[in-house]
Unconditional design. Structure first.
Length: 197
């Protein structure tokens, strides 16, 4: 059992990111300038990150992971606890990290999505299904048909994905959302009354 004054495993892992980033870059024979060009992150930011003078954040780690063609967890390292765990590898698509939360056949797919602040340009799409979104952190802008709304942490929304839709960060920070998608239009059944005994 971890004592309260001990740093958590994730803090220990993030503290080692700078050395890992420098090692990966030098192994690939890249200069800071070349990496800056590939990621759009300034040379000074990359230098501070590698020397642990800047805290690693998802907004800078996602483009670096993409530039290297590596999963995000290879940059930050696995979070060790001494116990066997299943670690979900994110699938990065268009700069968004998707974590699948369902590993068995089901009409509903559950996932967590982390979207960096830079992914804020609406690109509406349509597909078959019905989605339910819950905002974990950040403010989420939802474009649905001809309407727009901003969701705060703790708020949820559901909609038919046959409508043109897009969602992403509103403001200058990354967002995290949980989602459930019914591929054939299955809706979420929400119990609104008190539970009976």
């Amino acid at each position: 059992m971890r004592r309260m004054d001990e740093p958590s495993p994730i803090v220990i892992t993030l503290a080692q990111v700078g050395l890992r980033l420098r090692r990966i870059r030098t192994q690939r024979g890249l200069t800071l300038s070349a990496l800056a060009e590939a990621t759009g992150i300034s040379i000074s930011t990359l230098s501070r990150l590698e020397s642990d003078r800047r805290r690693a954040s998802l907004e800078v780690l996602l483009p670096i992971a993409q530039a290297y063609g590596l999963p995000l967890d290879e940059l930050v390292g696995p979070v060790g606890s001494g116990k066997s765990r299943i670690h979900t590898r994110p699938r990065v698509h268009h700069g968004r990290a998707h974590f699948s939360l369902t590993d068995r056949p089901s009409p509903l797919k559950a996932w967590k999505l982390v979207i960096p602040a830079s992914q804020n340009r609406p690109e509406p799409c349509t597909h078959e299904g019905h989605v339910w979104l819950y905002v974990l952190s950040g403010r989420v802008r939802l474009v649905l048909g001809g309407r727009e709304l901003v969701l705060e942490p703790g708020e949820a929304v559901e909609f038919d994905t046959g409508l043109p839709h897009w969602f992403g960060p509103f403001g200058g920070s990354a967002v995290e959302v949980l989602g459930l998608l019914g591929g054939q239009g299955e809706r979420i059944h929400v119990r609104t009354g008190p539970l009976s005994r």
